[in-house]
Design a protein around this ligand. Structure first.
Ligand code: SF4
Length: 464
């Protein structure tokens, strides 16, 4: 990648909204700007370039992105550039420029790798209208880029590794394929290089993400490519202590995935498997895999193969046509599976998706009531799962300290999504330590440091 010394010392402020997948794109943007000698600042007032990496998944996310852009636009100085990047920019284009006065440019999900020349173009633009770089087709950029992860990650305990982008699943409520395109897997050699770089920076935990991690390799005809990739990553970077798997698709999880996870203790026994519903009729209308019995059998195998294995999922409640019986079916499913972690959303009709036009849309107050019932239903299950940890030793990564306690995460907690392990002592941030669990709540655990805190890998000792 050619360096652009001309831009030397220009400062940028980058605000990232949305999910970890956006976070990874932001790290790519940051890396490219670093390579061209731009400097990152945490205060927008000190920056010449203001970038918001937006989220456009649901209306609420769009509102948040518009609000963030407007806030920056209102305090923008004459010599500052304001850029909307990411999903919402790609999805809504003109609509955003109508709602945000003072926007200088929009760069989409397929184009962020062009951030440096795009900024140059904006600087040269003398016209008041914003410039657009929102290609509607083409490869998702990460497919072709080998990032240098050492530029951004140094000093962090956890890092994301995005193995593919886009999605080829047909979910009737989802807008993602419309603006990210179909699933495109990144070359294995790029991912292995990045894994080694991350290990060199001292990262303990690598979180594997994509819209659908289990679709890895399907675009080149490898129908179960993820287990092989995991084996290669673990081998390439043995220093990484935790490999965490997010965003698996229920139709693509395989027995081989369980085998590979069970054979490599570094691949922690945690899976995020967003199921969206548990009633076959609702799942069918969602255009999602609806063989619930098969899925339950896979989950049983997963738990049998790895003592202490954790499953996180998310559900959508109030999907069009969801009857009271279907909602009860979802609760029955939750009772059967006993998920460790559950997140839930009320259905949001997104224009352009098949679900938007479905009959029997559910009234917001019924959606809300069902959401509350679902969350209350899950609480004792989460508590019971957490109570199984009491008395056990767990390895944790310390995320923060204050008031005499440390806030840490065990392998059971994905960052910014799950709960915490609260330890009665201030410990070094970023370190991986061993603790003993002394108490459990619905979302969090309480723990005390072990006498010999510096760890080896002990997940395999857990007996649930
Ligand atoms: S698998 Fe996820 S990202 Fe893909 S279409 Fe379905 S909900 Fe959207």
């Amino acid at each position: 990648m050619a360096k652009n010394k001309q831009a030397s010392s220009a400062k940028f402020y980058l605000l990232t909204l949305g999910c970890p997948k956006n976070q990874v794109d932001s790290e790519g943007i940051t890396e490219m700007l670093y390579q061209s000698d731009y400097q990152s600042v945490g205060d927008p007032n000190q920056a010449e370039i203001l970038i918001v990496n937006t989220c456009g998944f649901l209306q609420a996310a769009k509102d948040e992105s518009i609000a963030a852009l407007n806030e920056l636009a209102q305090s923008k100085r004459k010599n500052q550039l304001l850029i909307a990047a990411g999903c919402m920019a790609q999805r809504f284009g003109n609509d955003i420029t109508r709602q945000v006065k003072g926007l200088d440019g929009l760069i989409g999900t397929r184009a962020w790798a062009d951030i440096v020349p795009f900024i140059q173009k904006l600087r040269a633009n003398k016209r008041p209208e914003p410039l657009y770089h929102l290609p509607e087709t083409g490869d998702v950029v990460l497919e072709t880029i080998a990032l240098d992860r050492q530029l951004v990650e140094r000093g962090r305990a956890s890092a994301y590794l995005k193995i593919s982008d886009g999605c080829s699943a047909p979910c009737a409520f989802c807008t993602i394929p419309s603006f990210k395109g179909l699933n495109r897997s990144r070359p294995q050699e790029h991912l292995i290089t990045e894994a080694k770089q991350l290990a060199e920076t001292g990262v303990h935990e690598v979180i594997i993400i994509a819209q659908d991690t289990t679709a890895y390799g399907r675009d080149w005809g490898e129908m179960d490519g993820l287990p092989t990739l995991l084996e290669q990553l673990v081998q390439a970077a043995p220093e990484i202590k935790w490999w965490r798997l997010m965003y698996a698709y229920p139709g693509h999880v395989s027995p081989r995935l369980i085998e590979v996870m069970a054979a490599h203790p570094q691949i922690i026994p945690y899976i995020d498997l967003p199921l969206q519903h548990g009633d076959p009729a609702t799942l069918k209308r969602m255009h999602r895999p609806h063989n619930v019995d098969k899925l339950v059998r896979w989950i049983e195998s997963y738990r049998q193969a790895m003592p202490g294995a954790v499953i996180r999922t998310t559900f959508i409640v109030g999907y069009p046509g969801e009857t009271e019986a279907e909602f009860d079916g979802l609760l029955d499913f939750m009772e059967t599976v006993q998920f460790d972690r559950v997140g839930a959303f009320t259905f949001s009709p997104e224009p352009g998706t098949p679900a938007f036009d479905l009959p029997d849309q559910i009234a917001p107050e019924i959606q809300q009531e069902r959401w509350e019932r679902l969350m209350a239903f899950q609480q004792p299950i989460s508590l019971a799962r957490n109570q199984l940890c009491v008395g056990q030793q767990l390895d944790v990564i310390v995320d923060g300290i204050g008031d005499g306690v440390s806030v840490a995460r065990s392998y059971r907690d994905a960052p910014e999504i799950d709960g915490y392990v609260v330890i009665e002592q201030e410990l070094p941030i970023g370190q991986m330590l061993s603790v003993q669990v002394t108490g459990a709540m619905e979302y969090d655990l309480l723990a005390k440091p072990n006498d010999n805190m510096i760890l080896d890998h002990r997940i395999g000792d857990l007996r649930f």
